[in-house]
Design a protein around this ligand. Structure first.
Ligand code: HAM
Length: 418
């Protein structure tokens, strides 16, 4: 016997009710980004593996253990995109978008792939709504993006949100800080968790992420990058904070905020929702002033965010909307001639803009009326060899009617004219 076929671990099917919810989130995003001048982009679902190893960073969990990488029949190493920022920057370079007026503002809603341990809110194929602004280092762009994400989350009903904000400065500051932190971690090595100890040289910043008690104690006294920023970066961060304060955005400066991607410089941020369990990050992002150049383009500052569609819906506890009823159900009694007349009426009704359905499953007339009820049909036409009846289900009335007049009659009843 063969095993039952199921969706792969960490993936899910989006059924009609859920797809309604997702469509309204998409509509909210579109409206918000349109108003802010962001144009939608779609990049391929897979890219050259090198894009992510260079862009996201060789030492990150994503590149080390979470990518779906394969060789195609032409011997190229390809990877299902684990995130959207590196692909958008690749497209920016490839299409010479640096020649466009800055900042170039783009958004996307796409699916991404990470081989992670699957649990509630963490999937192997998931969707993100993201936005990227390229070509300006003005802190007002950072502020605009943070306000956009806050607005999107608010409008979608996401509950118990907290915004964590920090700055990572520039690569030189970070390199100096990294050495300082490594030295500090080595001094306290005996208290650190096995995992943190093994990553001191590869990724010492991740030590701030540990939930191992003794490690956390050591980290409480660790030097903070935020205290080591050079004057330009510190000023950039201070200006961003003023803009967010003026915009009335609540945030918490969190010197230990660590993002799982290596391209960040200066601003980093993350919205968390206490309504989610362990996977509390709803959306996050930051500035990546070196990424476009790293990918072969001209020096170009950039900043952006991405938020998980599934996590937004979970944190909003969004309930599927009740299915709207239909305007007309066309039932019939009798043979193929009645069926054909019903089909002609169906096409005419839809042409006229009615939400209309006809009997398609061979039910008895009684069964058809029950089905019309299930569909919450406002009107039911019954076609029979001896004539046509139109029932108004709300008014509970019924009239004999000329078959050709049914559609006009329904249009008139619901206050629309053809
Ligand atoms: P990220 O923090 O890796 O950032 O992902 C952004 C959001 O995607 C997370 O906050 C979470 O809501 C969602 N997410 C991530 N992984 C999963 C998963 N396995 N299952 C479900 N949801 C998930 C980025 O991807 C950056 N590209 C964001 C960015 C844009 N930075 C600058 N521009």
């Amino acid at each position: 016997m063969t095993d039952k076929l199921r969706a792969p671990r960490g993936t899910f099917d989006v059924l009609p009710e859920q797809s309604e919810l997702r469509a309204s989130l998409e509509a909210a995003a579109r409206e918000l980004f349109d108003a802010a001048g962001y144009g939608r982009v779609e990049t391929p679902a897979f890219e050259a593996t090198e894009l992510f190893s260079r862009g996201v960073g060789e030492a990150t969990d994503i590149v080390q253990k979470e990518m779906y990488t394969f060789e195609d029949a032409g011997g190229r190493s390809l990877t299902l995109r684990p995130e959207g920022t590196a692909p958008v920057c690749r497209a920016y370079v490839e299409h010479g978008m640096h020649r466009l007026p800055a900042p170039v503002k783009l958004w996307y809603l796409s699916s991404f792939f990470r081989y992670e341990r699957a649990q509630a809110g963490r999937y192997r194929q998931f969707w993100q709504i993201g936005a990227e602004a390229l070509g300006s280092d003005d802190p007002a762009v950072d502020a605009e993006l943070i306000v956009l994400l806050a607005t999107l989350l608010e409008r979608s009903g996401t509950r118990e949100l907290r915004l964590h904000l920090s700055s990572l400065g520039n690569p030189a500051t970070r390199a100096g800080y990294r050495e300082e932190l490594q030295a500090y971690l080595h001094r306290h090595e005996q208290a650190l968790s096995e995992e943190v100890r093994s990553r001191i040289d590869l990724n010492p910043l991740r030590a701030f992420d540990s939930d191992h008690g003794p490690t956390r104690e050591v980290m409480a006294g660790a030097p903070r990058l935020l205290d080591r920023l050079d004057p330009d970066d510190a000023a950039h961060f201070a200006e961003l904070r003023v803009l967010l304060d003026r915009a009335g955005v609540d945030y918490e400066v969190d010197a230990t905020l660590v993002r799982g991607l290596d391209y960040y410089t200066r601003t980093v941020f993350e919205f968390e929702s206490a309504a989610l369990g362990a996977q509390s990050g709803v959306g996050g992002g930051g500035r990546y002033d070196g990424l476009v150049e790293e990918l072969g383009g001209p020096p170009t500052p950039g900043v952006g965010f991405a938020a998980g569609v599934e996590r937004i819906l979970l944190a909003a506890d969004a309930q599927p909307p009740a299915a709207p009823g239909i305007d007309l159900f066309i039932a019939f009694d009798g043979g193929p001639a009645s069926r054909d007349a019903a089909f002609a009426m169906l096409l005419q009704a839809r042409q006229a803009g009615l939400r209309a359905e006809m009997e398609l499953a061979g039910r008895s007339l009684k069964g058809q009326l029950k089905h019309a009820d299930r569909l919450d049909a406002q009107h039911v036409a019954i076609l029979a060899p001896d004539g046509t009846t139109l029932k108004d289900m709300r008014a509970a009335t019924q009239t004999e009617i000329d078959t050709a007049a049914v559609v006009d009659s329904v249009l008139a009843a619901i206050g629309r004219q053809q």
